[in-house]
Ligand binder design. Structure first.
Ligand code: ADP
Ligand code: MG
Length: 237
């Protein structure tokens, strides 16, 4: 089981954002889509989520052909760089939102939200408003909200990009720990080599709409497939 992307291409006008991308993302792993800005990482993530339609190719999620499915039917959780919280709802209700619109029983919602807030260490903030949280706490709330509906896949687009270096590092460790606890198949976009190398089990290097290499951090570091990967991962001088 996995996310199978086969022959996916995407153009915006004459610009080729993704050029015949095929990649297999392992189930239950923490995978980074890594590459320089403008390389097509977000476009690929959005195609996996069903937020964007590929011109050609197919997307399979955990054995199901998802190519023509809506984002809801794909059962994916999404976290963006700039988290759009409901400002007038408490932290707990923000986390509960996906369950409320699915009309889950109230007791079940309460239990699940308690569990999730505990998981991201925000129990004591349940009744606050999102504006009363720090940037890092807000992204932890976003993680809890994305996990609430028990997605089969968790997708994150530069989730920590807007935060300062210290909080970024904290959240990085958070994502790793959270993943080790819930084991949901997770794919996150980053342009930060260190972030990918430190956090991910598997890295997909994407540049100019093509996959340059797929491998574990060790594999990429020890055996870069080409000059691009070597230069991109190489020590900063
Ligand atoms: P990355 O996430 O790797 O920085 P993106 O996938 O966001 O790259 O974008 C790849 C390229 O496609 C960029 O040059 C971007 O300007 C272009 N692009 C992305 N989305 C659109 C869009 N909706 N319309 C036009 N161009 C787009
Ligand atoms: Mg992007």
């Amino acid at each position: 089981m996995s996310i199978e992307i086969t022959g996916v291409s995407k153009r915006f006008g004459d610009f080729v954002a993704l050029d015949d991308v095929s990649v297999s993302i392992p189930s239950g792993g923490l995978t980074a889509l890594l590459g320089p800005s403008g390389g097509g990482k977000s476009t690929l993530l959005r195609i996996i989520a069903g937020l964007e339609t590929a011109d050609t190719g197919r997307v399979q999620i955990e054995g199901v052909d998802a190519t023509n499915l809506s984002p809801q039917k794909r059962n994916v959780g999404f976290v963006f760089q700039h988290y759009a919280a409901f400002k007038h709802l408490s932290v707990a209700r923000n986390v509960a939102f996906g369950l409320e619109i699915r009309k889950k029983p109230k007791a079940e919602i309460r239990e699940r939200v308690d569990e999730l807030l505990k998981l991201v260490h925000l129990s004591q903030f349940a009744d606050r408003l999102p504006a009363q949280l720090s940037g890092g706490q807000r992204q932890r709330m976003a993680l809890a909200r994305a996990l609430a509906v028990q997605p089969s896949v968790l997708l994150l687009d530069e989730p920590f990009g807007a935060l300062d270096a210290k909080v970024r590092k904290e959240l990085r460790d958070w994502l790793r720990r959270l993943h080790d606890e819930v084991h949901v198949t997770t794919v996150f976009v980053t342009h930060d080599q260190e972030e990918a190398l430190e956090v991910a089990d598997e890295i997909v290097v994407i540049n100019e709409g093509r996959v340059e290499q797929i491998g574990s951090p060790d594999e990429l570091y020890d055996r870069p497939a080409n000059d691009f990967v070597m230069r991109f991962l190489g020590p900063v001088t």
